[in-house]
Design a protein around this ligand. Structure first.
Ligand SMILES: O=C(O)CCC(=O)C(=O)O
Ligand SMILES: [Fe+2]
Length: 231
């Protein structure tokens, strides 16, 4: 994944530390995005389909990939992980959480699998007019990698309107929301659960959630890359 080497990881790290999210622009090409979105109908790739309204998750649907993951996705997940593990390890120290993450993704997956978290979590989401994703956190068991990545596979305005990626942050001072504009192929790296924020009396933990506002028109697909597996 040579594209990953061209990203400004100093800036991404600084944005994650300051805001709990960072954009990596054009991580995937339009052709790669179109191919992933077009394969949403190819059920052999997936282990399950979730209709969000049936679970109170919002409106729309998503499918979890089955193992083995498509090569592009496997390579992306494997190559992103070692870039993010040092940040995750530092964040945990700052938050006073004893868990540390190994340098390579295979070793972290072995930890998940030993604990019974064996099912792949990468997914593709599909939204149509009126669909939305409730604010949530992608926690799938005891083992949680604290950062995840979402890649917008559709092109705003051309493919859909509305449907904006939203994050909220909750701490003792209150709750605030941010809208994160993305273009097709852009990856958002973001906090799964909590992030450290420097305060007058040391570090405090701030909880984050993410979701998607209602689509007005068209169709929107997203690729979700979560690094822990699920029970
Ligand atoms: O569709 C989106 O942009 C949000 C996807 C999401 O919830 C995720 O990737 O975990
Ligand atoms: Fe999510």
């Amino acid at each position: 994944m040579s594209k990953l080497d061209t990203l400004d990881w100093t800036r991404i790290t600084a944005d994650l530390d300051a805001h709990g999210h960072a954009v990596a622009a054009s991580l995937l090409t339009p052709a790669q995005c179109q191919a992933l979105a077009a394969a949403y109908v190819d059920d052999e790739r997936y282990r399950s389909r979730i209709v969000m309204s049936r679970h109170g998750f919002g409106r729309g649907e998503y499918k979890y990939f089955a193992y083995p993951l498509p090569k592009l996705l496997h390579n992306l997940r494997t190559a992103l992980y070692p870039r993010l593990a040092p940040i995750a390890n530092r964040w945990n120290k700052q938050m006073g959480i004893a868990v540390q993450y190994p340098d390579d993704h295979a070793a972290f997956l072995a930890r998940c699998h030993q604990a019974g978290q064996r099912r792949p979590t990468p997914l593709i989401l599909q939204y149509g007019p009126g669909d939305y994703n409730c604010l949530h956190q992608d926690l799938y068991g005891e083992h949680v990698f604290p950062l995840q990545v979402a890649v917008l596979l559709s092109q705003p305005d051309a493919d859909f309107t509305g449907g904006e990626f939203v994050m909220t942050e909750t701490d003792s001072h209150g709750q605030r929301a941010e809208v994160l504009p993305l273009q097709q192929g852009d990856a958002l790296v973001f906090t799964v659960n909590q992030r450290p924020v420097a305060g007058a009396r040391g570090w405090r933990r701030v909880a984050m959630r993410h979701g998607v506002s209602a689509l007005r028109e068209g169709r929107r697909h997203t690729l979700g890359v979560i690094f822990h597996d699920a029970t």
